[in-house]
Design a protein around this ligand. Structure first.
Ligand code: ZN
Length: 706
């Protein structure tokens, strides 16, 4: 591993931050990011760093301060404010205590903050406080864990890193670890680092650079030692891989909804019987080689590399034995059985240690859904409440499997014992790092057709605001790309923009596959794509009529048919909402092609509600009156027919909008958000309703569904 230190970047950081935060914190920020930039050192909120300095209190008196990372903050993107300042002397006086419970410790930390509104400091704050060195760096480096998570770990660490480091047996992070670390170092004043077995590495120095480079140096030594040990056997292991990447990826596309369906948690609520997750694939050469190893099952089901990973991955992954990847019905049974067993084992594990976690009623502690599923011939599936959480699980899993297979080359893996695992998994201070509030559409995936238009984009936005993951689909092109960028800038990895031509069965199937590739499956289908044409029946061009038939009628049929096949495969119900139109009930002259083809689409959706009810798939319709625009996005349909309608009625654009407003009894302007709110009503399953139509039209008595 190379030091990423650059004099120039360090100077840039000082120039940027020193005027407000001082040079020390500017450099602390810089080298913290260097640690965070390397996934082999820390992952997502792992690791922590600190610097000691002074702060001036409200009386104008300088006070010794510790600037330490806020709990759960990501080192890769940390800002100076991510290291809140605490009163150092106040923290150090705690060292005389024999023990200090978590809640009391957090209370002390929060009281010691100079800024009462600052983030809660890291669980390892007292370690940093009790050491004398100015800068302290802590990571969970892969190479260090590859040494510490073995039998005879202490000997191996000494052999690899020499006398420069102190080795300390596992102690759960918190007060006792801080105290033990300080004591161990008092007798070894010349040490440059400390290795905590089954946890990680701590280094220090008088400058940010010294502490960081000692860290890199020790990790490099560990890497070299592992490299030297691993070589002979690795050469022998080079053989034809059992599964090719292409085969595994193709299998994922087909099998993902089956896996996702089997992992969904039963809620006991008849309106929302399943709690789905987002499922991301981890299919890489190393991962496939791992799951195809003869000893993979045993090796995979060993404890995690560090207790820090537990809140993300749980203590053990789910292993699927002998999966039948060619027979999806059989695969579903296999995964369902394995998941059931996993849940039972998990409950038993909780019961075995329940005395250690009395009074923990946090729902984050009771969910027994596996986070990592390992499938020979396929790779790993990583589950989370959202794409971000699943992405963290994926990164941790990639590193975990790499370290475990590395250890298997040279020795025997030995992780933390079950009581330690349990303590860390259910520790309130750890659970607090996971989002507690679940949005109404959390874990759900929607596909929206015709998303680049006014109504489609409005629906995407409202679904995203309520926690859904959304695949925005439309014809390939600039409008779709712009929408994708706009939504991603706000909702990041919960957004997917996919090209989809609803008139092409291949394109529809490919879009569903694309969503499965990205999120594991689909729960909500918004059939919204549509087109209009203005002409009297007498002058209607047959080709124009057929074009509308293909988009509005066949398009709806193809999307609903694909949705039906998908929902059957996934086995956890689903929701379909068709964006219909008030014209189905109150058609307009000159609007024959549109009204007739949309009426056919509407009828197809009603048929779907009959056919799909046994699968717990609800199909409903919303029927809006004219929507002209959503923000800066004008309705494509109105761009097309508006001029003709205006001409027909002798109105300009503003007058036309006014005309539509005045024809409803509430005198309401209909917006895309109104339509999206009606979609949301169905998508969140507020009532047991299917095959129904909700008008969104301000009240048009002649368009009341009948
Ligand atoms: Zn740690």
């Amino acid at each position: 591993m190379k030091s990423r230190w650059s004099d120039r970047d360090a100077a840039d950081s000082v120039e940027r931050y020193a005027p407000r935060f001082g040079e020390d914190l500017a450099l602390r920020t810089y080298t913290s990011r260097l640690l965070g930039a390397d996934g082999d050192l820390v992952l997502h909120g792992g690791g922590n760093t600190s610097v000691k300095g002074t702060r001036t209190d409200v009386l104008g008196k300088p006070v010794g301060a510790l600037f330490v990372k806020g709990s759960g903050r990501d080192l890769a993107r940390i800002e100076p404010e991510g290291h809140p300042a605490l009163d150092l002397a106040r923290l150090r006086r705690l060292r005389t205590l024999p023990d200090l419970a978590d809640d009391a410790m957090v209370n002390e930390l929060r009281q010691g903050l100079f800024d009462a509104a600052a983030p809660t400091p890291s669980i390892e704050t007292l370690v940093h406080a009790f050491l004398d060195a100015k800068f302290v760096d802590h990571s969970h480096a892969d190479a260090i864990l590859a040494l510490t998570n073995q039998r005879h770990a202490e000997e191996l660490v000494r052999e690899a890193l020499g006398e420069r480091v102190v080795v300390l047996d596992y102690i759960a992070p918190g007060f006792l670890l801080a105290k033990a670390t300080a004591e161990a170092l008092e007798s070894r004043p010349r040490a440059e680092g400390i290795v905590w077995l089954r946890h990680g590495l701590l280094t220090w120095g008088e400058s940010a650079r010294e502490s960081y480079e000692r860290h890199i140096d020790l990790v490099t030594r560990a890497e070299r030692w592992l490299e030297a040990k691993g070589k002979p056997r690795r050469r022998a292991a080079l053989a034809e891989p059992a599964t090719s990447l292409e085969a595994a990826r193709a299998r994922w596309e087909r099998a993902a909804p089956v896996l996702r369906g089997a992992l969904a948690e039963a809620t006991g609520d008849s309106d929302r019987p399943w709690r789905p997750c987002i499922l991301l694939p981890l299919i890489e050469r190393e991962v496939l080689d791992f799951v195809d190893r003869p000893d993979a099952r045993t090796l995979a089901q060993t404890p995690p590399l560090t207790a820090d990973h537990l809140i993300r991955t749980k203590a053990f992954p789910l292993w699927v034995d002998d999966p039948d990847l060619d027979d999806l019905a059989r695969l579903r049974e296999q995964v369902a059985r394995a998941t059931q067993r996993y849940r039972e084992n998990y409950e038993a594990y909780r019961a075995r240690h329940s005395a250690r976690a009395e009074g923990i009623t946090d729902p984050r502690a009771t969910d027994a859904t596996p986070r990592v599923v390992l499938v020979p011939g396929l790779g790993a599936a990583c589950a989370g409440r959202d794409a971000r959480a699943a992405g963290i699980v994926r990164d941790i899993t990639a590193h975990t499997l790499a370290v475990k297979s590395r250890i298997a080359e040279i020795g025997a893996y030995e992780g933390l014992g079950e009581p330690h695992l349990f303590d860390m998994e259910f520790r309130p201070i750890q659970l607090a790092k996971v989002d507690a509030v679940e949005p109404p559409l959390g874990g759900r995936v929607a596909i929206v057709t015709g998303a680049a238009g006014a109504i489609g984009s409005g629906i995407c936005r409202v679904l995203l605001e309520h926690g859904a993951h959304v695949a925005a689909t439309d014809l390939a092109g600039e409008r779709l790309e712009e929408l994708g960028e706009e939504l991603r800038s706000e909702f990041t990895d919960r957004v997917l923009a996919l090209p989809l031509d609803v008139t092409d069965p291949g394109s529809v199937a490919e879009a569903f596959r694309g969503v499965s590739r990205a999120f594991g499956g689909v729960d909500l289908v918004l059939a919204n794509a549509g087109a209009a044409h203005v002409a009297s029946l007498a002058s209607l061009d047959l080709e124009a009529f057929r074009r509308l038939e293909r988009i509005n009628t066949e398009g709806t049929l193809l999307v609903l048919a694909e949705a039906a096949r998908h929902f059957e495969l996934q086995g956890t119900g689903g929701d379909i909402v068709l964006v219909s139109t008030k014209n189905v009930f109150a058609p307009g002259a000159q609007f024959g092609a549109y009204s007739a083809t949309k009426a056919a689409a509407h009828q197809i959706a009603r048929i779907a509600s009959l056919e799909l009810a046994p699968l717990d798939v609800r199909v409903n319709m919303v029927s809006p009156d004219a929507v002209f625009s959503e923000g800066a996005r004008s309705s494509g349909l109105w761009d097309l027919v508006g001029p003709d309608r205006m001409k027909a009625r002798g109105l300009d654009r503003a007058q036309l909008e006014e005309y539509y407003r005045n024809r409803n009894i509430l005198k309401a302007r209909i917006t895309a958000t109104h339509v999206a709110n009606a979609v949301l009503f169905f998508a969140t399953r507020q009532t047991p309703t299917t095959g129904a139509t909700m008008p969104v039209d301000g009240g048009l008595p002649d368009a009341t569904p009948r």
